[in-house]
Design a protein around this ligand. Structure first.
Ligand SMILES: [Zn+2]
Length: 238
């Protein structure tokens, strides 16, 4: 094979390899993301539960205060009972007492409800906190593994870059700029093999006349259909 063409085939392989590293690196990052999303969600749930528990506790305190007020009031009513002068006053006091007792019942029911709500949510909170701790631990482990994978991928990518730059320094500048121009639109398929008389870039068949010319030639040739640089598949490229 033409020496320049041989270099371009190699160069194109390096460019392809370099591009292929990015999705691999991204894939590693995505892996971690799915785990950190679980951690974020659990953290949000923990925060929500704290709010609910705090709210229940605050309401319970308010009910306690209210109960104390009601008990004072009932004492006051009892005191007034002794001083009642007639039936009408007694009845009015009885009504007042009834209302206060109803309020006491209601406050006690509220307290029971709030206490059991706080208990249930506290239990839920403990479960989620344990889950969160476990998840955080696995994220930590996973992150270490992923960071290592990424570092290795970056290292390999850099060594391909290095190999590429060594090669680039030996490629004839005209040949290189010819390749770069095609690469601008063809990207990683700027240099493609011909297989079964077809260009492997655009998959169009090369006509017999062109194909025999191409087969006999030792020059850099481009596909007449797409303009990519083509080389003979059977010949080893390195
Ligand atoms: Zn083509």
């Amino acid at each position: 094979m033409n020496k320049h063409l041989e270099q371009l085939v190699k160069l194109s392989t390096f460019d392809k390899d370099i591009v292929n590293f990015d999705p691999k690196i991204k894939n590693e990052e995505e892996k971690l993301k799915s785990f950190t999303q679980v951690v974020t969600k659990l953290t949000e749930n923990v925060e929500k539960l704290y709010v609910i528990i705090d709210d229940a506790k605050n309401k319970r305190i308010k009910n306690d205060i209210h109960l104390k007020e009601l008990s004072d009031k009932l004492e006051e009513i009892a005191g007034k009972h002794k001083l009642a002068k007639n039936e009408k006053e007694v009845k009015a006091l009885q009504l007042e007492e009834e209302i206060a007792k109803e309020q006491v019942n209601f406050a006690n029911e509220e307290i029971t409800r709030l206490d059991s709500l706080a208990a249930v949510k506290t239990e839920e909170l403990d479960t989620i906190k344990a889950e969160l701790a476990e998840e955080e631990e696995s994220v930590k482990e996973l992150k270490e593994a992923i960071d290592k994978n990424i570092a290795e991928l970056e290292k390999s990518k850099n060594s391909v870059y290095e190999e590429k730059s060594v090669l680039v320094s030996t490629v004839d500048s005209k040949v290189l700029s010819f390749y770069e121009k095609i690469k601008r639109w063809a990207h990683e398929s700027a240099v493609v093999p011909v297989k079964k008389q077809a260009c492997y870039g655009c998959h169009m068949k090369l006509n017999d006349r062109f194909y025999s010319e191409f087969s006999a030639s030792n020059e850099i040739m481009t596909c007449p259909h797409c303009g990519r640089i083509i080389y003979k598949e059977n010949e080893p490229s390195a």
